[in-house]
Design a protein around this ligand. Sequence first.
Ligand SMILES: NC(=O)C1=CN([C@@H]2O[C@H](COP(=O)(O)OP(=O)(O)OC[C@H]3O[C@@H](n4cnc5c(N)ncnc54)[C@H](O)[C@@H]3O)[C@@H](O)[C@H]2O)C=CC1
Ligand SMILES: O=C(CO)COP(=O)(O)O
Length: 332
Amino acid sequence: MPASTGPIGIAGAGAWGTALANAAAAAGNDVTLWMRSPEQAAELSASRANERFLPGIRLHERIRPTADLSELAGARAVLLVTPAQTTRGMTAALANILPPEAPLVLCAKGIERETGDFLCNVVEQVRPGAPVAVLSGPSFAHDVARGLPTAVTIACTDAALSEGIATALSGPTFRIYHRTDVRGVEIGGAAKNVLAIACGAVIGRGLGESAKAALIARGFAELLRFARAYGGEAETLMGLSGLGDLVLTCSSAQSRNFAFGMRLGQGMSAADAAGGKLVEGAATAKALVALARAKAIDMPISEAVERILNGAWTLDQAVDALMNRPIKSELE
Ligand SMILES: NC(=O)C1=CN([C@@H]2O[C@H](COP(=O)(O)OP(=O)(O)OC[C@H]3O[C@@H](n4cnc5c(N)ncnc54)[C@H](O)[C@@H]3O)[C@@H](O)[C@H]2O)C=CC1
Ligand SMILES: O=C(CO)COP(=O)(O)O
């Protein structure tokens, strides 16, 4: 990370952006927190709370909210924490104000729906040659913001940069490991959301904890196949940003993806099940499945989620299809 004394910039003051702002401030950094709404920035400055996206959490005193994106220009690094599908537009806006050497840290979890591009590739297209890292792992915003301990992974092809950012943002309750396998880390974050929808649906439909555990294990198998085919390292998928986040998100209704799946399982329509919340797995499922098909990677659980979401299958049809596949080796 550049040795500049500038603040950490955070673009996006939803649940995760606000939690990361608190974590970065608790680690000893000044933080400039950007949000698109001037009203929200004024409200956050006055009340020091983000009641809409992260209720009950007090904003650290070292955080400065703003609605002026150009105020991120002097940041040592900018964490992009808006929904995955906004990555291209947000990166273009940031490219206009950031110097080319300023690192962008992608914190969203997803694949671009329209193009099927991984988010790092989107950034590379918009800001060619500029440093880009991915931060991902088991981390509910509320847990991190409340100072409950967890560990996540940051990946950048520049090992010194990922280590520098990991060191700068780690604190007593937020521990960041570093790696160079950017693709592996971003695949883990994007795909686990789709699998979490399946796990939620299983619980919502009353199919039991055994079914959920089987689904996590077979989901992990397809995640590994996908990652290997797209250049991710298996060790990364076995770590925090793969298995760690998969287990978290597939086990708790605190996850919006899992909660969405649960409501589908209870019979709600996809349109109603989101309940106005961001459900990244629903936005990514189609692109994930298209990428899998393009390389003939078998991803039956992700396929089933995509078919349920596009209305081709009911949940019961999906369960039937998954349970009646030909018997085969567990390693295939
Ligand atoms: N909430 C969590 O526990 C975690 C979330 N993430 C990831 O972080 C990303 C953001 O999630 P959350 O902060 O939880 O979502 P959120 O729904 O709480 O907040 C999203 C933020 O992005 C802003 N936004 C929405 N559309 C925008 C646009 N077109 N341009 C600019 N800003 C826009 C919203 O105003 C809001 O401030 C997602 O990809 C999610 O998967 C990652 C780890 C943990
Ligand atoms: O990514 C997350 C935890 O690591 C948050 O998951 P949800 O987006 O499903 O709430």
